[in-house]
Ligand binder design. Sequence first.
Ligand code: NAP
Ligand code: GDD
Length: 339
Amino acid sequence: MKTAFISGISGQDGAYLAQLLLDKGYKVIGGDRRTASGSLWRLEKLNIMNEVEIVDFELAEFTNIMRILEKNDIQEFYNLAAQSFVGASFEMPIMTADITGVSVLRILESIRKINPKIKFYQASTSEMFGKVRETPQNELTPFYPRSPYGISKLFAHWMTINYRESYNLFACSGILFNHESPLRGDEFVTKKVTMGLSKIKLGKQEILELGNLDAKRDWGFAGDYVKAMWLMLQQQNADDYVIATGETHSVKDFINLTAKQIGINLVWEGEKEKIVGIDKEKNKIIIKVNEKFYRPSEVDFLLGDSIKARKILGWEPNVTFEELVGLMTKADYDKLSKE
Ligand code: NAP
Ligand code: GDD
């Protein structure tokens, strides 16, 4: 039985990856940081809470990371923990640089010192492409990050490559494009939309305020994406891979599809920050732009080319954009209608 360690087990990807590895017969140890409220609801949702071993894990604490590696015979280390919200990284750039960026060096150095046989997965991101230099974006596309988050992830990405090349660690970096699910955090735009429109439909909320509706993303399903993480660590050689669907949609497209699936007849009036979404049947404004959700510098457009992963890993996404919106909308609507 292999033992895998997942940092960030309480997050969206941590939960799906834990489920995948348990299904494959792994012993799963999950790193969870100490918070007053506790935050393992996603493991409960997937019914795997009692199947994983939870240990205290803090990215800022070098000694904690070292002790975990000393105490446990780990074969695969998936580093999913991070300050992962781009918007917050502008408010907290130094903390983001330390937690999302420098911490990866703490892990790599611990692996190098304590057990260099451990295979390491780093959660890199399409945010590193930022102001895109070419379309679609692949492993060779130059990076141009646009946020403290993207820059921190780029540091971590190059450190992962550097430790592979300098010390021969089996260290892989998955450049994952946006991936969502019913377990997505509430602050991300997809979840905000599926939850907000569900509440509006159920009469529990009047209006949904959002930021830039024109941004385009390559959105996939998190359950598909964690398979790629595992596949990367099963290869003969460590390498980096772009994971994406190869389709891009705007935030407005996402809203339109959610409204359609939920049965709201949505029409748009106005432009840019003055644009409003109107429920045609009720003749009522239900969506407004609030500039407080704009970012100081935005990533306008992302579209991934995952041919390398498809060829070498045999990976492909199974859930379509329409299905993803449907999954998230149904989950939120059903949950809220019972409350
Ligand atoms: P998520 O839901 O925000 O999960 C982040 C995890 O990191 C949570 O478990 C969080 O714990 C943990 N964490 C935060 N700060 C920590 C600290 N100081 N010490 C220890 N743990 C800490 O993110 P996700 O969507 O699952 O994404 C997983 C990883 O992939 C992240 O690194 C993210 O940046 C990256 N990524 C995500 C996407 C995407 O579209 N989802 C795309 C590319 C890359 P708490 O529960 O205590 O907050
Ligand atoms: N969060 C949020 N809230 N975003 C909004 C809103 C809003 O009210 N209105 C418009 N947006 C726009 C953002 O400006 C951005 O262009 C887009 O919607 C997506 O925002 P997020 O859902 O916050 O995701 P992200 O693309 O910034 O970052 C996610 O994907 C990255 C991969 O590209 C996160 O999961 C990152 O951790 C991940 O690395």
